[in-house]
Design a binder for this molecule. Structure first.
Ligand SMILES: *Cc1c(COP(=O)(O)O)cnc(C)c1O
Length: 387
């Protein structure tokens, strides 16, 4: 049989044909008017997607590069930051802050849970010297989504800045950077933006720039100030050679989001998540994340008792060509994750669910074929017929 692959992971994600085609174009020089035009348009589009008037800077790096940049540019040695974490990516931000010698005040909540904004408020009151709050928007490792808006309302009343990892959020889930008081928004290319991995962006507020100007942590390639200076040139550009092909891809990905309409994109992700959840529950499986706190970017599902989640992921991939993500760290083998962030339509969900039904039966879990698929179709039918 031929093998067709279906990439259903929460990053990297599938690419639209328009984006793929940019990767076959001849190389362009980055100090030309043509490149500047592309770059200026990309920044303008990203601002629209981020819903921000703040400065947006892009870096050739995966999302983690921008996370590191946020820490290195906003703080000085010994500064206190509050890191809220309840998953692998929240912990990554904590580790980055620690590796830069910051005094990290941890607010660890359970994996699968979300941060309580009031706890953050209390911690800021107890330690008014905290310079920044670091939060994960959509925690891709657990499928939980934090209430950035409420945290923003609290942090904006304090001298601290709010840094948000929205790498699997912005461009798929509602994220109102300015309205919600996000001082540094961190974004990566390979999730919602329908672009290959390797590009990252940040949006930096005036409140954050004040800290950037005082920051004495070491940085060079990721310097916000250098990037800002190149942006203010007559022909805006990046200080160093950018990943030209990826910049092209990202500009097309961003354009496609705006053509669909930001709110329509948010609604589509909600639909994809709702259909996936109803399918999984119809199969008798349990969702890992609590209701009301589930991200529309990814659905985390508990492996059924007695079945190893890594086996589900392996069979889905090897036998059916459907690539899901397993659990990370402490969740390894316990959960599997169905990605639906970026270039996905309803029928991609059917592919994931159909392969899941086959796989579960192969592993001895009782499945009546089509149960999950039918549930997804019912949800979708309702969605398209009674908006
Ligand atoms: C994907 C992701 C990252 C970044 O990972 P990279 O491997 O550096 O691209 C960070 N945070 C979250 C929430 C993510 O989903």
């Amino acid at each position: 049989m031929i093998r067709r692959e279906y990439l259903m992971t929460p990053g990297p994600t599938p690419l639209p044909p328009e984006v793929l085609l940019t990767q076959a174009e001849p190389m362009m020089h980055h100090r030309t008017p043509e490149y500047t035009e592309l770059f200026v348009q990309l920044i303008a589009n990203l601002k629209e997607i981020f819903l921000t008037k703040n400065e947006v800077l892009v870096f050739s790096a995966s999302g983690t590069g921008a996370m590191e940049a946020a820490v290195a540019n906003c703080f000085s040695p010994g500064d206190s930051v509050l890191v809220a974490h309840g998953g692998k990516f929240g912990e990554r931000f904590r580790d980055i802050a620690k590796s830069y010698g910051l005094d990290v005040v941890e607010y660890a909540y359970e994996w699968g849970d979300v941060a309580d904004p009031e706890v953050i408020g209390r911690m800021l009151k107890e330690k008014p010297w905290i310079k920044g709050v670091i939060l994960t928007h959509s925690e891709t490792s657990t499928g939980a989504v934090n209430d950035v808006k409420s945290v923003g309302e609290i942090v904006r009343e304090t001298p601290a800045i709010l840094i948000v990892d929205s790498i699997s959020g912005v461009g798929a889930l509602e994220m109102r950077t300015d309205e919600w008081g996000v001082d540094v928004l961190v974004c990566g290319s390979q999730k919602a933006l329908m672009t290959p991995p390797g590009m990252a962006a940040v949006a930096v507020s005036p409140k954050a720039w004040e800290l950037v100007e005082k920051s004495s942590l070491p940085k060079y390639y990721f310097s916000f100030s250098k990037a800002r200076k190149s942006m203010s040139d007559k022909s805006p550009q990046t200080p160093f050679t950018p990943a030209v092909s990826l910049t092209k891809a990202m500009s097309v990905g961003a354009k496609l989001i705006l053509e669909e309409g930001l709110e329509n994109v948010w609604k589509r992700h909600q639909m994809l998540a709702m259909c996936t959840r109803s399918a999984v529950e119809a199969l008798g499986l349990r969702l890992f994340t609590r209701n009301l706190e589930r991200s529309y970017a990814v659905t985390a599902v508990n492996a059924p008792p007695g079945i190893d989640g890594t086996k589900i992921v392996r069979i889905m991939n090897r036998k059916h060509g459907v690539i899901l993500a397993g659990g990370q760290s402490q969740l390894k083998g316990k959960i599997f994750r169905i990605g639906h962030v970026g270039y996905y339509s309803f029928f991609d969900i059917i592919v994931s669910i159909s392969a899941l039904e086959l796989t579960l039966r192969e592993l001895g879990y009782p499945v009546e074929m089509g149960t999950g698929v039918a549930a997804a179709e019912e949800s979708y039918y309702e969605y398209i017929n009674d908006k």
